[in-house]
Design a protein. Structure first.
Length: 156
């Protein structure tokens, strides 16, 4: 799976789903493509593969959240539909970096940076340097934040 051809893979997925008369898959992928096209219109050029992956991750997360809400509301039928849509979108996503890979890059960043002064400014510098090395769409930002704070706390 190539990282750069995500847009083509989505369009191909829609065509295949339509040929197979799989309405759930085609509707889900067309919904995602609609968000991609909206992002295309807000920028001067087409959305980057990284931006498309970020859009897909958010769409899958929204569906997972909806599924959880439907389960709380005792609607397992709707929860199953949302989970299926999230699975369809997740199939187009590359895997996230592991926590050990995130730690490795954060440690490299901390070695490069001389961290002194306000911890919040230091955290901002660490994030800026980290995301210059790692594509934001390939990591869970909550894990990055937790690991960066933990590493900074252990260093000071």
């Amino acid at each position: 799976m190539s990282y750069s051809d995500i847009r083509e893979r989505l369009m191909s997925g829609v065509k295949t789903a339509m040929k197979n008369k799989d309405s759930v898959t085609s509707t889900t992928l067309r919904s995602a493509l609609s968000e991609v096209y909206a992002a295309d219109k807000t920028t001067a050029s087409k959305a980057t593969p990284s931006a498309i992956i970020s859009i897909l991750r958010k769409a899958a997360a929204r569906r997972n959240d909806s599924a959880a809400q439907f389960i709380k509301a005792s609607r397992p039928d709707l929860a199953e539909k949302e989970r299926r849509e999230a699975d369809i979108l997740s199939a187009f996503l590359p895997p996230l970096l592991s926590e050990s890979d995130i730690d490795r890059v954060l440690k490299e960043v901390l070695v490069e940076q001389s961290i002194t002064g306000d911890p919040r400014k230091a955290l901002g510098m660490v994030f800026k340097s980290f995301y210059s090395k790692v594509d934001k769409s390939s990591v869970d930002t909550d894990i990055v934040k937790k690991r960066a704070e933990a590493l900074l706390a252990s260093k000071s």
